[in-house]
Design a protein around this ligand. Structure first.
Ligand code: KDG
Ligand code: MG
Length: 403
């Protein structure tokens, strides 16, 4: 069996997506997601110029060898652009293998380890009352776990809060990046009160999560963790920028709040200290950014004996193809924790027909061969690429900060 050609499709149905389609001489094709939000065309160039020419003629069945060929063979290893490109190749190859076998992908990963995939939604509001109301709406829909974000009084821009007219909660801009303004101490003082109110209103059964989005220092994060402990959070996410894995030792020393990190990681080497020292509880690497199914399986296998669970990143900038790949992984992996699951718009689902659904707080998959997600190229062609930037962030005195 041989790969005959591969193409990259970029489309913007409400937001940009980079999709890889690999064709074979047996007529079976595979689809992978290579979207890096705000840096899309860098991945396109990487795929078109450096990976696709080497793919032609290779046997698509040799997934591990092709993964190693692009990983070790790059010389310039790792990094979000390289690894997103490898991810898309890998997911497309797993899709081909599963289609050839006539099986849903999760069967090739060891079969079902659970009946349903626990997911979390994203509630937000411009004040505590709005948040409480939105959390109530999620609970009514059957969600068991909800991530909660709230505007902080006196702070211009809080993470994860959408203005009413926006489809997505990250404000992507077509002009230059929007400049946000941030104040960590006002945030740390305010946010525990939101969770106090939520527990008062809904009790202690629902799972609540919170994303700091890399905005604190380790000691500030440790303090916030302590303040949040009484409200039994499922996790505190991205408490600090994770380049410094050792920073988590400080947080861990001071608080028992469960910690999640890794949505921007792209390889196992980004998380070895965090996992082997048991400094975190959930690893958030995803099939689109951390080397596809092959990459996240390696990370999950490292994490399993250290009691670290998986929690794939699943914002709307992961396409339905990336989401489908993660859901197959989630169903099979022994140390599954939870899956982030943001609903895509109708336009996006029209471009990417898929075979997963949400019921009562759990995602499930239809048993079709492959990962079940596809790209409708005619639909995709209706929505050409538009350059978009994620925001940047500054402290109130103008110092650059993490967004
Ligand atoms: O592109 C940036 C988003 O993927 C990120 O802001 C989403 O933090 C995020 C999350 O947890 O979904
Ligand atoms: Mg996050």
């Amino acid at each position: 069996m041989k790969i005959t050609n591969a193409k990259v499709i970029v489309s913007c149905p409400d937001r940009n997506f980079v999709t890889l389609k690999i064709n074979t001489d047996e007529g079976v094709y595979g689809i992978g997601d290579a979207t890096v939000n705000g840096r899309e065309l860098a991945v396109v160039a990487y795929l078109e110029e450096h990976l696709i020419p080497c793919l032609i003629g290779k046997d698509p069945q040799n997934i591990e060898d092709i993964w190693q060929y692009f990983y070790k063979g790059a010389y310039w290893r790792r990094g979000p652009i390289t690894m997103a490109a490898i991810s898309a190749v890998d997911v497309a190859l797993w899709d081909i293998k599963a289609k050839m076998a006539g099986l849903p992908l999760y069967q090739l990963l060891g079969g079902k380890s659970r009946n349903g995939i626990l997911v979390y939604g994203h509630a937000n509001g411009s004040n505590t009352e709005e948040v409480v109301e939105q959390v109530g709406q999620y609970l009514e829909k059957g969600y068991k776990a909800i991530r909660v974000q709230c505007s902080v009084p006196g702070v211009q821009d809080s993470y994860g809060v959408s203005s009413k007219d926006k489809t997505f909660y990250e404000p992507a801009s077509s002009d230059l990046p929007t400049e946000c303004s941030w104040n960590s101490s006002k945030y740390v003082q305010f946010i525990p009160g939101v969770f106090a109110k939520l527990r008062d209103t809904y009790g202690y059964e629902p799972e609540f999560l919170h994303d700091v989005h890399h905005r604190l220092t380790p000691i500030q994060a440790a303090h916030l963790g302590k303040l949040l402990e009484p409200y039994r959070l499922f996790w505190l996410e991205d408490a600090v920028p994770a380049e410094l894995q050792e920073g988590f030792r400080i947080i861990r020393k001071h608080t028992t709040i469960p910690l999640a990190v890794g949505e921007v990681f792209n390889s196992i080497f980004d998380c070895t200290t965090l996992i082997t020292e048991q400094l975190i509880d959930y690893i958030r690497t995803t099939a689109t950014h951390a080397g596809g199914i092959t990459g996240i399986r390696k990370i999950a296998a490292l994490a399993e004996p250290f009691h670290v669970k998986t929690a794939c990143h699943g914002p709307t900038d992961i396409s339905p193809v990336g989401m489908a790949a993660c859901l197959h992984f989630d169903l099979a992996v022994p140390n599954f924790g939870i899956q982030e699951f943001m609903l895509h718009t109708e336009k996006i689902n029209d471009v990417f027909p898929n075979q997963y659904q949400l019921n009562n707080g759990y995602a499930s998959l239809n048993d079709v061969p492959g990962h079940g997600a596809d790209i409708d190229e005619k639909q995709a062609a209706k929505y050409p690429y538009q350059r978009k930037f994620l925001p940047v962030n500054r402290l109130e005195d103008g110092t650059m900060w993490s967004w």
